[in-house]
Write a protein that binds this ligand. Structure first.
Ligand code: ADE
Ligand code: ZN
Length: 342
């Protein structure tokens, strides 16, 4: 491990844009298949599922992998593995999207299918809190291009379960922005906010800055991707003034073909302009990166110094939905991480 890699590992970091299903490796799929299937998947067959050539094919691959998760035990194992991977990178807190809309899709919209799965996820979360010392919140993610009714089901489930499970921190919308924006979900965002849930939204990933304006207009507190904001100086001014947290995912954007290369990603320009940017990995098993590698690429491809990487880590804690005392604790720890001479 190089000096900068060791420094990145030591920095306490939060990952704020991570899809549970996107952390499942082909190896874990093989293991799950061996549990259930008469003719289990080979590693080669599993790896083939992760191939995609563009954003639409990526979304399809994501759905196919999600379909292979059978029941609560599979979700529990997937979540546990995810948290082991996070802890190994020095991630101290994560806010993780669960594609609740896809879970319902593959189970014929059975209204009773979700609670047992969620109980499995919670078992993994509490075990990881005590054994790995990592904290985790869940964000219930709906697929925007399914339908508004579908998103309503997902968000109402979050509202219903939250009193019992305070780990359910918020809601979000993923899926294909080219097919559906944010306006149709305005009333659902208002309802979720009134119930105490925090509001995130994928916007400006495959669409222009107008999609980010629309996401802000329905009350989204954090914007996932925000890649196209770079084309709208007025929007950049607004994001800076409000210090709206941006959940950036550079390698994801390169791999889905919406950004030519890491070096071209607006991360550096947003950072220098004073925006509240955070680095994230989105779907690490699909994109062949992880959070510490995103920090490393920020250093090697965009010249972020160790002092600047420290600021990115601090941003991730600041932009989290952790309570103030927890954020202060981690910000102090970030300050005290030994500075290298890079
Ligand atoms: N679901 C999982 N990853 C996603 C992404 N990057 N964009 C939209 N929906 C997603
Ligand atoms: Zn995402």
């Amino acid at each position: 491990m190089t000096e900068i890699e060791a420094f990145i590992r030591r920095l306490p970091k939060a990952e704020l844009h991570l899809h549970l299903e996107g952390t499942i490796t082909p190896g874990t799929l093989v293991e799950l298949s061996a549990r259930h299937d008469a003719r289990p998947l080979t590693l080669e067959q599993a790896e083939a599922l992760y191939h995609f050539r563009d954003f639409s094919e990526f979304l399809e691959a994501f759905k196919v992998v999600t379909r292979l998760l059978n029941g609560p035990e599979d979700y529990e194992l997937a979540a546990w593995r995810m948290m082991e991977q996070l802890a190994a990178q020095g991630v101290v807190h994560a806010e993780v999207y669960i594609s609740v809309g896809v879970i319902y899709l593959w189970r014929n919209h059975d209204p009773n299918c979700f609670e047992p799965i969620f109980a499995g996820l919670e078992r993994a979360r509490t075990r990881a809190a005590s054994e790995l010392g990592i904290s985790l919140y869940w964000i219930f993610d709906a697929v925007r291009h399914f339908s508004v009714d579908e998103a309503e089901r997902v968000f109402r489930k979050a509202i219903e379960l939250r009193p019992q499970y305070p780990s359910i921190i918020g809601i979000g919308l993923g899926g294909d922005e080219r097919r559906t924006g944010s306006e149709p979900f305005r009333h659902l965002y208002a309802e979720a906010q009134a119930a105490g849930l925090r509001l995130t939204n994928h916007a400006g990933e495959t669409t222009g800055p107008e999609a980010i304006w629309e996401a802000l207009a329905i009350g989204s507190e954090r914007i996932g991707h925000a890649l196209s904001a770079i084309h709208d100086p007025v929007l950049l001014g607004e994001l800076k003034q409000k210090q709206t947290p941006l959940e950036l995912n550079p390698t994801s954007n390169v791999r889905t073909g919406v950004c030519p290369a890491f070096a071209d990603h607006p991360l550096r320009r947003y950072f220098d302009a004073g925006l509240l940017v955070t680095l994230n990995s989105d779907d690490p098993a699909f994109f062949g990166s992880d959070l510490s590698n995103e920090y490393l690429l920020a250093h090697t491809k965009q010249g972020f110094s160790s002092a600047e990487l420290r600021r990115l880590a601090a941003n991730s804690i600041r932009a989290s939905f952790l309570p103030d005392n927890e954020r202060k604790k981690w910000l102090d720890r970030i300050e005290s991480v030994e500075q290298t001479l890079l």
